[in-house]
Design a protein. Structure first.
Length: 356
């Protein structure tokens, strides 16, 4: 596991290689796991040492001296204000106990796998869903993690990572399922069979991206790239960044809206609006941007779940309702006063290393 830190004041925040500072690299084979609690003792020891170091920086500060006179010209103090990472990393770092049927550290939502937990199922996306009332009720761990010793620590500092939650989660489920629907139906793309329509769709999306000078790491659309088979749910198997092709799908839907479910058109359009707004916004959303995120977010979650339920009723595997959808729902409905832009909590380091 890599433990890194990033300064919010860095002028290179958009460059992962220049703004991510490595604090520790812990090989998985060196982990010591408590057999009773499941706590990663090696990781917790590292986090404890890091917390103590940051606390010294917060309390004592760091003097910046003039190069020639040696006099102190500035005192710097550092404070930890946010944690981000994929679900597996956050679970180990913060000893989350909600990982199996309970799927969220922020509330008591469940997968609804048993009669007892069904009432709290995260697939209920109504504003009055029972799980909403449980947000922040209890701490998500039984064994206090090392980072809680940080000055001013708050569980609200833990953020879901937009890259893994949407771009490598619900976003690729939406794009993959929508494309499969369009490709297996005549009229959306040229061609008398699936292979021909895949080739036609590939040319169309590449042309769309080239005209708008958008990078595309996906070379061609294929059954394997869409995870298109009878046993699995469709998804776009490509770089997380490539989920922006939802823009192209929105253009396709404007030409063929009469042939598509209204809920699918709404889900595609709102997804594009939300991601475009977040990508263009600053670190803090304006009141208007925040309202758009919440309003379009509610439309998206409701439309996505409806189109997924419709597919289920037709016994068709599509529009996967994975737990990442629930974390995406949290991101969309978050309305705390700072109006922090969730886009700043995306961990794109791995994506930066991918070849085009």
């Amino acid at each position: 596991m890599y433990l890194v830190w990033t300064s919010d004041l860095s002028p290179y925040l958009t460059d992962s290689a220049a703004s991510r500072m490595v604090m520790a690299i812990i090989p998985a084979e060196r982990y010591i796991i408590d057999p009773i609690t499941g706590v990663n003792l090696t990781l917790q020891a590292a986090c404890l040492a890091i917390a103590e170091s940051f606390n010294r920086l917060s309390r004592e500060g760091l003097n910046v001296c003039d190069l020639y006179s040696g006099e102190t010209v500035m005192e710097l103090r550092g404070y930890v204000t946010a944690f981000r990472g994929d679900w597996k990393a956050l679970k180990q770092t913060f000893n989350f106990k909600r990982y199996a049927d309970q799927v969220c550290w922020q509330c008591a939502a469940t997968k609804g796998l048993s009669p007892e937990s069904l009432a709290l199922a995260y697939t209920n996306v109504n504003t009055d869903a029972p799980w909403v009332a449980t947000i922040g009720d209890t701490l998500p761990w039984d064994y206090e993690p090392g980072y809680t010793l940080l000055e001013g620590f708050d569980v609200k500092f833990i953020h879901a990572d937009l890259l893994h939650i949407y771009h490598l989660g619900t976003g690729r489920d939406l794009v993959g399922s929508a494309l499969v629907h369009m490709l297996e139906t005549r009229g959306f793309f040229e061609g008398s069979n699936i292979a021909a329509r895949l080739a036609s769709a590939t040319l169309e999306v590449r042309r769309f991206c080239k005209e708008r000078k958008l990078p595309l790491k996906l070379h061609k659309l294929s059954r394997s790239k869409l995870n298109w088979n009878t046993a699995d749910m469709p998804e776009l198997r490509s770089s997380g960044y490539d989920t922006y092709v939802v823009k192209w799908l929105v253009e396709v839907t404007t030409r063929h809206s009469a042939q598509l479910p209204a809920q699918l058109c709404t889900a595609l359009w709102t997804a594009d609006q939300i991601l475009s707004t977040l990508a263009k916004a600053g670190r803090w959303l304006s009141v208007e941007e925040q309202e758009l995120k919440e309003c379009y977010g509610a439309l998206f979650t409701r439309s996505y779940v409806e189109v997924a339920n419709s597919s289920l009723e037709r016994r068709k595997r599509a529009y996967r309702l994975r737990p990442k959808l629930h974390l995406w729902h949290h991101i969309l409905k978050e309305s705390r006063p700072p109006r922090i832009n969730p886009h700043v909590f995306s961990t794109w380091t791995d994506e930066d290393a991918l070849k085009k």
